[in-house]
Ligand binder design. Structure first.
Ligand code: AHM
Ligand code: MG
Length: 342
């Protein structure tokens, strides 16, 4: 007998963003357009990331390429692509980027009425580029605070992570994915290179409450706070009931470590160390956006004591310790921090 197989609906990032616009009854499409602009820049960066290994045969970074243009380092290239996309899209008033000392005001006439400001780490984990290991982009979107049309100040960025309107990351891995939230759950899209579209592949992502993976650079062990040392020992102890010992997995590329833990369950920790007494990661470009995503997926993000999203930023490039991932794992690490490192 002939039976019709139901046709699976294929949803691109662009379609999904438009469909979800109704989640914000008063929105006029600006946020949708801003997310679309970020998606386009991600595809351009992805194209260059995929060619990274060819740099030596196409011309060394920092030298002149065959068209007579200077070859750019990939992180500089990614920074420019995202800023250009935000500039030409007209929905963003200013950008704070991990690559730039100061914030970048977008002075184009189309952006005068823009409602949003963006924080971005254009290419995180860039030390992994040369060795073909996954890298990522992390972004965060806020509504601007200043009401003078066409102007922005640093105060527009000194806002707690709880006020993020949207946040997301792109992982350039064995496939390329864009994962984002607007505060109504987390959805993941995989780039189909044959059609050049991000397609919904991971709807309504949830982090398992428990996990068996812990991700931390143990080379810094001697300089960790006692609470973190105790937590590592806890992860390594035998206990069948809690599936311990856990496995250690550390890529050294935050987006990739976070993404794996999102899917499989796990915790990522970058605490204070001797070299980085305030932690290494940046509150605005790394910790806040991933914390928003983690919480929206049912996970947790903390600086060891307090919720990341409630930390008041005081400077653009502020650093923070980060404990992020499966809820119960983060809570256990926090408990040991309170007892041994308060
Ligand atoms: P970056 O923004 O300079 O790339 O640094 C951030 C990266 C994260 O992706 C990664 O988790 C961490 O630094 C790795 O640091 P370390 O090599 O000290 O373990
Ligand atoms: Mg970074």
């Amino acid at each position: 007998m002939f039976t019709h197989k139901p046709i699976r609906r294929f949803i691109t990032l662009g379609q999904f963003i438009i469909e979800r616009q109704s989640d914000f009854p008063f929105a006029k499409g600006e946020l949708s357009r801003l997310l679309r602009d970020i998606g386009i820049a991600a595809k351009l960066v992805n194209r260059e990331v995929n060619k990274a290994g060819l740099a030596d045969i196409l011309g060394d970074m920092g030298e002149t390429n065959v068209q007579g243009e200077d070859q750019k380092k990939l992180d500089v290239y990614a920074n420019e692509q995202f800023i250009n996309a935000l500039r030409s899209g007209g929905e963003c008033l200013a950008v704070a980027s991990e690559e730039n000392e100061d914030l970048i005001e977008i002075e184009s006439p189309v952006s005068q009425n823009a409602k949003y400001v963006v924080c971005i780490d254009p290419l995180d984990g860039s030390s992994n580029i040369d060795v073909n290991v996954s890298i990522g982009t992390i972004f965060s979107i806020y509504r601007r605070k200043s009401d003078r049309i066409g102007t922005t100040t640093i105060e527009d960025f000194m806002i707690k992570g709880t006020e993020q309107v949207a946040a997301g990351y792109v992982i350039y891995g064995s496939s390329t994915m864009l994962v984002y939230t607007t505060g109504k759950g987390v959805n993941g899209f995989t780039l189909d290179p044959s059609i050049g579209e991000f397609c919904l592949s991971h709807p309504d992502m949830k982090i398992p409450e428990d996990g068996v993976l812990y991700s931390i650079n143990e080379g810094n062990y001697t300089h960790f706070p006692d609470g973190v040392k105790k937590y590592i020992k806890y992860c390594q102890e035998d206990d069948k009931a809690t599936n311990r010992p856990y496995s250690s997995r550390y890529i050294g590329s935050l987006v990739a470590d976070f993404h794996r833990n999102m899917i499989k369950g796990g915790v990522y920790i970058y605490p204070s160390t001797g070299k980085s007494p305030k932690g290494k990661l940046r509150l605005l470009y790394e910790a806040n956006p991933l914390a928003f995503i983690a919480e929206q997926a049912g996970g947790k993000a903390s600086n060891g004591f307090d919720r990341i999203l409630e930390v008041q930023p005081e400077s653009l490039h502020q650093r923070t310790p980060l404990f992020i991932g499966s809820k119960n794992m983060v809570e256990k690490a926090e408990e040991l921090m309170r007892i041994h490192s308060a």
